[in-house]
Design a protein around this ligand. Sequence first.
Ligand SMILES: Nc1ncnc2c1ncn2[C@@H]1O[C@H](COP(=O)(O)OP(=O)(O)OP(=O)(O)O)[C@@H](O)[C@H]1O
Ligand SMILES: [Mg+2]
Length: 421
Amino acid sequence: MTDNAEVMIRVLIVDDIAETRENIRKLLQFESDVVVVGAARTGIEAIEMARETEPDVVIMDINMPDMDGITATEELVRDVPFAQIVMLSVNNDADYVRRAMRAGARDFLAKPPSADELISTIRALSVFAHEHKDKLSQSLPSVVVQGPGGGQTGSLRPEGKVMVVYSAKGGVGCSMLATNIAVGLDTADTPTVLVDAALQFGDVAVSLNLQAKNSFIDLASRAEELDAEFVDEVLLRHSTGLRVLAAPPRPEVADEVTASQVRNVIQFLKRNFAYVVVDTSSNMDDITLAVLDVADLLITIATPEIPSIKDTRLLFDLLGVLEFPKERLFFVLNKMDKRSGISSDAVSENLKCTVDAEIPLDERAITTSINRGSPLLLSDKGQPAAKSIFSILSSIKERVLIDVLDEEEEIEAERTGLFSR
Ligand SMILES: Nc1ncnc2c1ncn2[C@@H]1O[C@H](COP(=O)(O)OP(=O)(O)OP(=O)(O)O)[C@@H](O)[C@H]1O
Ligand SMILES: [Mg+2]
């Protein structure tokens, strides 16, 4: 467990009135353990800032334009689950308090709060936030964290998680989503590698503006005897720090890579990174099967078009035959547009499955980002498509986290079972 005394308390202030934001900031400025990480003017701005700044405590006004504090709280507790929310309002009546608590707020202060009550509330709630964060980081699939040049820094944690992005139909947005997810998952605590397993025509390096001087080919021939230093030399490095394993430079050399080499490479990367995000081609060949075999989460994409939905049905049938666990499937509808006439409910009904997320059609933002070689999450965070991807990031992190917690519970149950015999 982290020593809370050494950890700063990250506070986000949300109020539409500039003076109130400033007053709260002033009340907190001399607290050496508190840092104000942002000040938002509306509920929508608060959600965006909270996703980016990961505050421990959010001081939230109730009445604000565009989205009120109670609705923002409901979204925030889903997106940033460790953040503890304190409602701040002149309306101290029971109904407001009840609604705020139901939405997920942890405390309620009348406006204007005194410095003492504000600070003591923040300190008390920060303990819960830090505990929640500690739990997350302990169960996060982090691994032997690499130092510069591939040297290990020595922190040993569980194996990483493999997230595969696949669609039975081409051109639906797999590479776009894989690239953005990888950029979003990659942090100092959770180093991430993006693997382009679309071996023939992979375009991950290009869409990140990287020169693919090394590729899968360099690792494949030594797949049986990989070492961290050599792998580190082969992986490309994006300006954000994200590591990338590029597809072979020409389609004809892709055939030199075998399915078992792909499996070995991914398994090696899994031991060295917290997340391995794999982009695939839509061919259901032995390479794709090898990738599916090691997937902790399969993110599959369809678009609201009949051929794509038909291919997704065939894919689901095949996954059934392969006994791929349903809970490892995360289904995304991309390029959603009212004009297509196909709603997510209709797709869900037709395929008898849950649609886990939707990304709107946004040709301008997405085409520009791909042509610039800069993922949407880096260049155009405010766009609706980017917001959907942020929410996908939260959901998939939770999904693999539940997986880890389940595994831990199973181990614990086995352990206690053994002792109680
Ligand atoms: N939400 C979206 N709105 C608009 N255009 C999109 C969206 N998502 C992806 N695109 C566009 O769709 C095209 C295909 O995207 P992408 O290359 O990511 O798909 P893919 O499934 O990887 O395709 P391939 O089968 O060629 O590998 C690209 O031109 C991309 O700009
Ligand atoms: Mg692709």
